[in-house]
Design a protein around this ligand. Structure first.
Ligand code: FES
Length: 119
C-alpha cells in the first residue's frame, strides 16, 4: 500500500521534522499552507535536512552543511555543495559524491491526518 498515514495535520507554519514511514526516513514539512515530503537525508553527504534545512523563497530546500539546494516540487538539483566558498576546499567538498536529485513524495490530508505516498 503506497499511502501511509503519518501524523495529525495540525502543524504550525514552517515546521519540519524527520519521520520514519514504513522504514524510510522522510522529511515532512508545512510551508505556506502546503505540506511537503522528501527523502530525509541530503543527497550530498546524507545530512538530515530536518536539522537546520531551510525552505527558500524559491520553494527549494537548502541543506545547512554545504548549501546543496533542491526544488521542493520536482526534486531537481538547483545548486550542488557551493559552500564553503574558499575555492580549493569548496570544490573538493562538492566532489565527495555525485550530483543527484532529491526524491519528492506526494502528500494528502484526509480526515485530519497527513498521508505520504511512498511508491
Ligand atoms: S551534506 Fe548537505 S550539502 Fe553537504
Amino acid at each position: 500500500m503506497p499511502w501511509h498515514e503519518v501524523i495529525d495535520a495540525n502543524w504550525k507554519e514552517g515546521k519540519m521534522e524527520m519521520k520514519i514511514v514504513d522504514g524510510n526516513p522522510i522529511l515532512l514539512g508545512f510551508k505556506d499552507g502546503n505540506w511537503f515530503a522528501t527523502e530525509a537525508l541530503c543527497r550530498h553527504m546524507r545530512w538530515p535536512l530536518a536539522w537546520g534545512g531551510k525552505v527558500t523563497d524559491e520553494n527549494c530546500i537548502r541543506c545547512p552543511l554545504h548549501q546543496t539546494t533542491h526544488n521542493l516540487e520536482t526534486g531537481d538539483l538547483v545548486d550542488w555543495a557551493p559552500f564553503p566558498i574558499f575555492p580549493p576546499y569548496g570544490k573538493l567538498v562538492g566532489k565527495m559524491s555525485k550530483k543527484k536529485d532529491l526524491k519528492i513524495y506526494q502528500t494528502k490530508v484526509d480526515e485530519g491526518k497527513i498521508w505520504v505516498n511512498l511508491p
